[in-house]
Ligand binder design. Structure first.
Ligand code: XLS
Ligand code: NI
Ligand code: NI
Length: 441
């Protein structure tokens, strides 16, 4: 049931900054040290299973374009054998790319069963198969997740569904996926609320749905402790698509949700570049907010098409954007359990197997270029120094006293009058700071 899929057998290597495009990595040099840490350990790259090995190239106007041998219409054996062959190809790709991690949904790795029991036994068989492949190749799991949005049972949501039986089915499915993630030593478990939102308020009880989602998340956290899963639980914000209004709109909204349900110490965020844009933010805005609120976890490094506005999940290729993202990640101390997942898919005309590989090579390289620039910006320290100088008043006695609650409105008013306080504006120096960034990108 095999047959060669990729035309290559040697992994891509670092070819240096003068190497030809598509010959290998021009920036990604795993062992190179940045800020005292290996580049590979800063970036913690992961390849996603779904867009690479499951998505067939459909768009709203056309069907499959990719014709992979493991797709049902091209496969003559059993669905389980197709899933195993697909896994063989996936792990071959992880090795050719030299990525340390991958990510999966249950629905990506196992054939869909006719009921919950079949789904679970299919998942278990594939989890055991993945465990063997991971053992053989050394590839690790960044995160696992459950697909609670594709099947029609979830059309009105999973944990926020009006039907408690669907809530139960979703909860049971997540339990099996956390079990699989734990078995495979996953560093995180992700919850993306694909259909946790609504299409119309005419049929939606928002407060009820939020309470259901809070209950669901609490069950997930309780179960994590019960089984001793050591990974981090992450929620992935996205404002819309597929539902018109999604509850996990952005990082700030998620923080409010976590606070309301007492989960802010338990759950962090997996921030996707394209979702940040869809929410009307920049990626670095979302990263900076997550750092400020103490809930930064991991990233999905895939971008949108800026003209169409859709979540097109394209591979990253914008050096300044990627640099600013890693600048905020490194400023916050870098990844711990998290990493850089490419939740990215090819354009549907890119049908050659080699396109899959080279898309990732380019994406890894642009991230390496970004993280090198970000590390250089931190080492240079000018931006940091500017920040310290800008807020210096708050470190001095007067600012410190305000923060320490030594003043109220009346005593501040008295001080302004007594000391004739008449502050003068100072420059924000935005262009000067942008010029500093340009020096490194
Ligand atoms: C979809 C999301 C999804 C999550 C995992 O827009 O990005 O792919 O990352 O369910
Ligand atoms: Ni997405
Ligand atoms: Ni994503």
């Amino acid at each position: 049931m095999t047959g060669k899929f990729f035309d290559r057998s040697n992994p891509f290597t670092y070819v240096g900054a003068n190497g030809a495009a598509n010959a290998g990595f021009r920036h990604y040099n795993p062992d190179q040290k940045l800020l005292g840490k290996r580049m590979e350990d800063h970036l913690r790259f992961a390849v996603c299973y779904w867009h690479n090995f499951v998505w067939q190239g459909n768009d709203p106007f056309g069907g499959a374009t990719f014709e992979r041998p493991w797709f049902p219409e091209n496969w003559s054996g059993s669905a389980m054998d197709a899933a195993k062959y697909k896994a063989d190809i996936a792990f071959e790709m992880f090795q050719l790319l030299g990525v340390p991690f991958f990510c999966f949904h249950d629905a990506d790795m196992r054939p869909e069963g006719n009921n919950f029991a079949e789904n679970t036994s299919n998942l278990q068989e594939m989890t055991d198969y993945f465990a063997e492949k991971m053992e053989q190749t050394g590839t690790q799991l960044l995160w696992g997740t459950a697909n609670l949005f594709s099947h029609r049972r979830y059309m009105a949501g999973a944990s926020t569904n009006p039907d408690p039986e669907i809530f139960a089915f979703a909860a049971a499915t997540v339990k099996t996926c956390i079990d699989a993630t734990k078995q495979l030593g996953g560093a995180n478990y992700v919850l993306w609320g694909g259909r946790e939102g609504y299409e119309t308020l005419l049929n939606t009880a928002i407060e009820h749905e939020l309470d259901q989602m809070g209950r669901f998340m609490t069950m997930v956290v309780d179960y994590k402790y019960k089984i001793g899963f050591e990974g981090t639980i992450l929620i992935e914000p996205k404002p819309q698509e597929p539902t018109k209004h999604q509850y996990d709109f952005d990082v700030s909204t998620i923080y409010g949700f976590l606070k309301r349900y007492g989960l802010e110490e338990e759950i962090k965020v997996n921030i996707e570049q394209g979702h940040a844009i869809l929410a009307g933010h920049s990626f670095e805005h979302e990263l900076a907010i997550a750092n400020a609120l103490g809930i930064f976890g991991s990233i999905d490094m895939n971008r949108n098409d800026y003209q169409s506005g859709w979540d097109t999940d394209q591979f990253p290729n914008n050096a300044p954007e990627v640099t600013l993202a890693y600048y905020h990640i490194l400023s916050g101390g870098g990844f711990t359990n998290g990493g850089t997942n490419f939740d990215a898919k090819l354009r549907r005309q890119s049908i050659n197997p080699d396109d899959l590989l080279l898309a990732h090579v380019g994406a890894m390289d642009i991230c390496a270029r970004g993280v090198k620039a970000a590390a250089a910006m931190l080492e240079d320290g000018s931006l940091q120094e500017n920040l310290v100088a800008r807020y210096a008043g708050w470190k001095a006695k007067f600012g410190g006293d305000i923060i320490d609650n030594r003043y109220d409105l009346e005593s501040l008013t008295a001080k302004v009058i007594d000391e004739n306080i008449n502050p003068q504006p100072v420059s924000g120096r935005q262009e000067v700071l942008e010029n500093i960034v340009s020096k490194f990108v």
